[in-house]
Design a protein around this ligand. Structure first.
Ligand SMILES: O=P(O)(O)OC[C@H]1O[C@H](O[C@H]2O[C@H](CO)[C@@H](O)[C@H](O)[C@H]2O)[C@H](O)[C@@H](O)[C@@H]1O
Length: 395
């Protein structure tokens, strides 16, 4: 498949509200199906404080009805994540501004541009160590049709490398950790894959004590801590991945991606008339797995374990691993574009710990403080941080 740039803007304020009302917006959603645990299936050895599964019981008929309702709700969410184009063309085929531009400017009053507010951000950083957390897709690389071709530009790579030399930096992605490392290819930063369920971070006694970490060496031979709170789910994820591939990939344009501790079902290239089939088949497969849940991303359905762990928890974990348990000494900044990034924005907003920066070219509700339009603006922001750091260190 060609790696075509897709400029459609996704997820409006309206669609977010709708997701919320269906209980699908936040990653704190209940499992989509709540079946009792079959007796012959052993319980997963996940630390109890991370388990979210409630285990309610339903009759087979109720279960079937729930599946139908969930699949229909899922379809509505898929449809509402496709708002109309924000620009239209006049009779000279020139791009003309639509109401969306005014709406975006109004929205920026609530979520000011991080570039325009750069001084405010750096003033707040005085006496603190900035720590950067970056999402990958839609933040460091533009959204494209083929997920295998979501390459970041060389300019962006240089910007990330430079910023990582100045500040502790981590990438937290929904992708598998290996895949995101393959795309980024920089050794100067830390990586967390599978929406934070696969973290390779620095060795620190504090995080190693509380969390169940594995001490190992990375590809460069450096000693690191590996934290994988959903490792018990690996066989289940592999099983579900195979079943999804068998059931979904025959739908033209559909693609199933194995992200190690979670699975992405992409419908970006599926004809809209077939979206319902995608939703129905995903629900049919995961109905037998009450310990898996479904969340929505950008033209993607995400299947993930029901554990109390997300990108927000990953930020807290990494801050501790980096030695920043005391929030007075650090200013964490998280840049992301997706629904799963909201968990991280929320953690930073609570207690004014740091700043979330939402990457979006359309207005949408968020827990972030600031905004940037697209990866190009993200790159400008990263470059500005480097310039600022160099200037302040020579003062
Ligand atoms: O947390 P992220 O790094 O933002 O990862 C979230 C998902 O990103 C990828 O899918 C999205 O980007 C693709 C490439 O631009 C696009 O084709 C797709 O429609 C988007 O949903 C990735 O493929 C998923 O596995 C990640 O979960």
């Amino acid at each position: 498949m060609d790696c075509l740039l897709n400029n459609n803007d996704e997820k409006t304020l309206k669609s977010d509200t709708r997701l919320d009302s269906m209980g699908l917006k936040s990653s704190h959603t209940a499992p989509i199906l709540t079946e009792p645990t079959p007796r012959n299936k052993s319980r997963l050895q996940v630390p109890s404080h991370l388990l979210q599964y409630s285990g309610a019981t339903f009759s087979p008929r109720m279960k079937a009805e729930i599946i139908e309702i969930r699949a229909n709700n899922c379809l509505h969410s898929m449809e509402s994540s496709s708002p109309p184009h924000k620009k239209s063309r006049d009779f000279n085929n020139e791009l003309v501004a639509t109401d969306m531009d005014g709406a975006y400017r109004a929205w920026q009053l609530k979520y000011p541009s991080a570039l325009a507010s750069f001084e405010q951000i750096t003033n707040f950083a005085k006496g603190k160590r900035i720590t950067l957390f970056l999402d990958y897709d839609g933040t460091l690389s533009p959204i494209v049709d083929n997920p295998d071709c979501a390459f970041m530009s060389n300019d962006m790579r240089v910007a990330v490398k430079n910023v990582a030399k100045c500040f502790p930096t981590a990438i937290i992605s929904g992708r598998s950790r290996d895949k995101v490392y393959e795309f980024v290819g920089l050794t100067e930063l830390n990586y967390a894959g599978s929406h934070g369920m696969d973290i390779m971070g620095p060795v620190r006694q504090s995080s190693a004590g509380y969390y169940d970490c594995i001490r190992c060496t990375d590809k460069q031979g450096k000693e690191v801590n590996l934290f994988q709170p959903a490792s018990e789910f690996l066989p289940m994820i592999d099983e579900v991945f195979n079943s999804l591939v068998n059931n979904i990939e025959e739908i033209q344009g559909a693609k199933v991606e194995n992200n190690k501790f979670c699975i992405s079902v992409h419908y970006r290239n599926v004809d809209e008339k077939d979206w319902k089939t995608v939703a129905q088949r995903v629900h049919d497969v995961i109905r037998n797995y009450p310990r898996l849940r479904l969340t929505h991303g950008r033209k993607v359905l995400e299947v993930r374990p029901v554990i109390n762990w997300d990108k927000g928890k990953a930020v807290t974990f990494l801050l501790e691993s980096l030695g920043f348990s005391n929030y007075d000494d650090v200013l964490p900044i998280y840049v992301g574009d997706d629904q799963t990034d909201e968990d991280a924005f929320k953690v930073l907003r609570e207690g004014n710990r740091g700043y979330g920066i939402l990457v979006s070219s359309v207005p949408k509700e968020s827990n972030a403080f600031f905004s940037l339009r697209d990866p190009q603006e993200v790159m400008e922001f990263l470059k500005s941080l480097v310039v600022w750091m160099k200037k302040t260190s020579t003062l």
